[in-house]
Design a protein around this ligand. Structure first.
Ligand code: XIL
Length: 359
């Protein structure tokens, strides 16, 4: 054999060895597969060495858990306070991570001065447009995708009562999703480059609620309302989730030409008084994590998978369930990877290199 042939054989051998090397982290696997793997973060914890080291090593995407919500940015009626959100953006930039923004329009997590302000529809309309515009312009070029409207539907797929819709609303009460449409139009004007998402819970698989989300997004797409994606939250509390139904829902949404992001994945388990879950439940949980990652990655339009926090040490599930549930995330309270971490990395590593809209 000539030298060049030897070299060629050596290169092929080297490449196949590299391909077989297990990924060292979720992030490495995700970068290789061309997908975004993210997590919700709290800026106050970035000073904890184990928290920030795990975050930077394992994820290529972050989203503020609360730091860009109305109650943080507008805790006073006066000037906007971007300090907490800016801390997250700074961390992300220093570590080469993308940032998702969350959220601009929601009936929860609003400051008292807004919720109890007895504003007229005209005043609320002005307040909301100002909020969307100011926040999105502040983060333009830094936040690549926004949850513009969060959780606007009830479990039957009907519009929920909300200060933005009908209590008293921004002047579009009784016009169905017109207030949602208006928010997307203002968002697009504020930052034409940002991807705009509708984010929702309990509409992950095929059901009456996901039918309503689908119908709304289809109508928006047909009429040219600027919507780029649907966020499926995935706060799961049952171990019998049908992931094929999730895959079918992702398929019909992406067929409309929008992206899907899994935005708030956690799978909560019953826990004892010290927050410890059963071993079998943890293994079962890991298989559901696998199923969800697989359902997303098999569809090129599903471009991001994000967990709602990453360590069981800091998860909203504990307080939300009054301590009865927990252990919902891929790392335990000591930042040790759990079986759910292993199944996530396995599934992502199975994915051949993909150049998708996510990166
Ligand atoms: C939760 C946060 O995790 C908590 O810290 C906060 O107290 C309440 O909100 N759906 C959403 C998220 O879209 O914003 C919520 O986050 C969880 C449910």
């Amino acid at each position: 054999m000539r030298f060049c042939d030897w070299l060629r054989v050596a290169l092929v051998l080297f490449a196949s060895l590299v391909a077989r090397c297990p990924a060292q982290s979720l992030r490495q696997a995700a970068d290789h597969a061309g997908v975004l793997v993210g997590t919700a973060v709290r800026p106050g914890l970035l000073s904890e060495a184990a928290y920030s080291a795990t975050l930077a090593r394992e994820f290529n995407l972050v989203e503020p858990e609360d730091a860009m919500k109305w109650w943080t940015v507008r805790h006073e009626a006066g000037p906007f306070d971007f300090r907490a959100g800016d801390d997250i953006v700074r961390f992300a930039q220093a570590h080469g991570m993308k940032v998702r923004g969350h959220c601009l329009v929601w009936d929860h997590n609003n400051p008292d001065w807004l919720a109890q302000g007895h504003f007229t529809p005209a005043q609320l309309s002005q307040l909301l447009q100002e909020h969307i515009t100011t926040v999105m312009k502040h983060y333009a070029g830094q936040v690549f995708a926004w949850d513009v409207v969060n959780e606007a539907l009830d479990e039957n797929g009907h519009l929920k009562d909300s200060p933005w819709y009908n209590q008293p609303g921004i002047g579009l009460a009784e016009k169905g999703p017109a207030y949602i449409e208006q928010a997307f139009r203002w968002a697009h004007e504020a930052d034409p480059h940002a991807l705009l998402f509708y984010n929702e819970n309990q509409g992950e698989g095929l059901n009456i609620k996901s039918d309503a989300i689908y119908a709304m997004v289809k109508d928006f797409r047909h009429r040219g309302v600027p919507i780029d994606g649907v966020g499926l939250q995935m706060h799961i509390s049952r171990l019998d989730l049908d992931t094929s139904s999730v895959a079918a829902n992702i398929a019909r949404l992406t067929a409309l030409g929008v992206q899907v992001h899994i935005t708030e994945l956690d799978i909560s388990l019953p826990v004892d008084a010290s927050g410890v879950a059963g071993k079998d439940d943890l293994l079962h949980q890991a298989e559901i994590y696998r199923g969800i990652v697989r359902a997303c990655l098999q569809n090129p339009g599903c471009t991001a998978i994000q967990t709602w926090g990453f360590t069981d040490k800091y998860s909203w599930i504990g307080s939300h369930s009054h301590g009865t549930r927990g252990a919902a995330l891929p790392f335990d309270r000591a930042y040790k990877p759990k079986p759910a971490y292993d199944t996530m990395i396995e599934e992502i590593s199975r994915k051949p290199l993909r150049v998708g809209p996510g990166l």
